[in-house]
Design a protein around this ligand. Structure first.
Ligand code: COA
Length: 260
């Protein structure tokens, strides 16, 4: 299926989704949000996909935010719908059940930073810039930024970034725990591909259990979170992959995981 604002490709079990509106620095309009919702739903259902890489077209921007031109005419009710649609998309990415890597080569601002934060891992070029500049538009983040930034980097960083609206570079984002790896621009693709291949070879049901325990279990009180972990741990013993992983260790060979 062809998309107006996205490009999709596959490399083995790695699906790459490119937000493709480079003339608008890949800004997220309603149409792009809808298309992203569809492709992520497909990636969730397709067992052949083990890892998703999300990025933006061109060198300049990952995604420079929600589409300001489109928002300019919104009524409060339309804005509510837009925020809910954005939040639904971000939550669906976070709960995909398979690892999603954001490949951030340039601007990740506003909705772009929110999109990157909904991914599980963020690999950034040294040239990337992150920020929540909504306040400069008389707005507040609306795609989950206040909540995910708070959880990723703490209250101080969330308030500083959202209240000043000032962008930070990739190194600062790394220091704040927002980005998981920073590499030279020319090393970005190799770093993303190596990480994606590593995750694609991992046991998918174990990966799903880890995502669930950290993301959902982590939102509860510690006793419930620990119980969440125990249930996930026990469930792993129902999988062939767990037998294969432990047997391969004992037989001193590399495991072959099948996702069963
Ligand atoms: N929404 C809609 N269009 C956007 C956009 C956004 N969030 N970000 C960039 N664009 C468009 C610009 O309007 C411009 O379109 P035009 O050529 O039709 O005028 C095009 O993308 C290129 O952007 P431009 O501003 O000319 O590039 P720049 O290099 O001078 O500046 C930025 C780059 C990222 C600093 C600047 O585009 C910017 O501040 N964007 C908005 C960031 C933002 O506030 N995001 C949060 C939104 S909630």
């Amino acid at each position: 299926m062809a998309y107006r604002n996205l490009e999709i490709s596959n490399r083995g079990a790695v699906r790459t989704i490119v937000v493709n509106r480079p003339d608008k620095l890949n800004a997220l309009n309603r149409d792009t949000l809808n298309e992203l919702g569809l492709v992520f739903a497909q990636a969730a259902q397709d067992d052949a996909v083990r890892v998703v890489v999300l990025t933006g077209a061109g060198e300049k921007a990952f995604v420079a935010g929600a589409d300001i031109a489109e928002m300019n005419g919104y009524t409060p009710v339309q804005a509510q719908g837009f925020s809910r649609a954005g939040q639904r998309l971000m939550t669906s990415i976070e709960r995909l059940g398979k690892p999603v890597i954001a490949r951030v080569q340039g601007f990740a601002l506003g909705g772009g930073m929110e999109l990157a934060m909904a991914c599980h891992l963020r690999v950034a070029s040294e040239k990337a810039k992150f920020g929540q500049p909504e306040i400069n538009l008389g707005l507040i983040p609306g795609f989950g930024g206040t909540q995910r930034l708070l959880r990723l980097a703490g209250r101080g960083a969330a308030l500083e970034l959202c209240l000043t609206g000032a962008p930070i570079n990739a190194q600062r984002a790394y220091e704040l725990g927002i980005v998981t790896r920073v590499v030279a621009p020319e090393a970005l693709d190799e770093a993303v591909n190596t990480l994606a291949d590593q995750l694609a070879a991992a046991a998918p049901l174990a990966a799903a259990g880890i995502l669930d325990a950290v993301l959902q279990g982590g939102e509860t009180a510690i006793d419930q979170g620990l119980e969440f972990e125990t249930q996930g741990f026990a469930l792993a013993f129902s999988t062939g992959d767990m037998r294969e992983g432990t047997t391969a260790f004992l037989e001193k060979r590399k495991p072959q995981f099948t996702g069963r």
